[in-house]
Design a binder for this molecule. Structure first.
Ligand code: ADP
Ligand code: ZN
Length: 213
């Protein structure tokens, strides 16, 4: 199963990707996570990406394209993968199509999540993530039992530096201009499916599973 998750920041792509990973036993490939790790490890890619990420802008295409090209050829991707946050521009989508063609494989479905922008701002400003296990919490909808501490592993929770209101609005704008047009690209390819992105994670997951099975 090869899936692409498409949707604005805060649409719940990461949460759904993690649930899909467990169900289908295929890896989640999140360019955002890969880039954040590169920033944390202070690699060359991380140093190039940081300024763009902090400002809510996309990093240059060549940076993520090379990264993805290598990643989807790794052995754990043989039975499929879930792309979370890639492609995000026309150039990325075209390069991905080329790469998959060369590998002789196809995307099974592109799942688009629809959510309203106010909901997104609320979800992201209240969000925190465990620095150890990656679990996500929200100050009102999914608060940790003890403030600042992960329920699952006791790790410290932290907020992403780009989860502040101004940067969120910028990211939404970038999504609208650069990424949303990809819906047409995949609609023409016949792979686009639209999921209503409101409700609990479990409700959304059921919708997604019904669509792709
Ligand atoms: P979100 O979807 O909530 O904005 P991500 O974790 O997917 O968060 O991405 C965080 C940041 O990483 C983006 O704002 C952007 O700077 C960078 N990034 C991630 N994926 C891509 C991509 N495919 N192309 C360009 N930049 C990307
Ligand atoms: Zn944890």
């Amino acid at each position: 199963m090869r899936l692409i998750l498409l949707g604005p920041p805060g649409a719940g792509k990461g949460t759904q990707a993690k649930m899909l990973t467990q169900k289908f036993n295929i890896p989640q490939i999140s360019t955002g996570d890969i880039l954040r790790k590169a920033v944390k490890d202070d690699t060359e890619i991380g140093q190039r990406a940081k300024q763009f990420m902090d400002g809510g802008c996309l990093v240059p295409d060549d940076l993520v394209i090379d990264l993805i090209k290598e990643r989807i050829r790794e052995p754990d991707c043989q039975n499929g993968f879930i792309l979370d946050g890639f492609p995000r521009t026309n150039v990325q989508a075209e390069k991905l199509t080329e790469t998959l063609k060369a590998m002789n494989v196809d995307i099974d479905a592109v799942v688009e999540f629809r959510v309203n922008p106010e909901e997104v701002v609320n979800r992201l400003t209240g969000r925190s993530t465990c620095s150890e296990c990656g679990a996500m919490f929200h100050e009102t909808s999914r608060p940790p039992k003890q403030a600042g501490i992960c329920d699952h592993c006791g790790g410290a929770l932290s907020k992403r530096p780009d989860d502040n209101k101004d940067t969120i609005l910028k990211r939404l704008d970038v999504f609208k201009n650069e990424t949303e047009p990809l819906k047409d690209f995949y609609r023409k390819q016949g792979t686009l499916k639209t999921a209503e992105g409101s409700g609990t994670a479990e409700e959304i997951f059921d919708r997604v599973c019904a669509m792709i099975s």
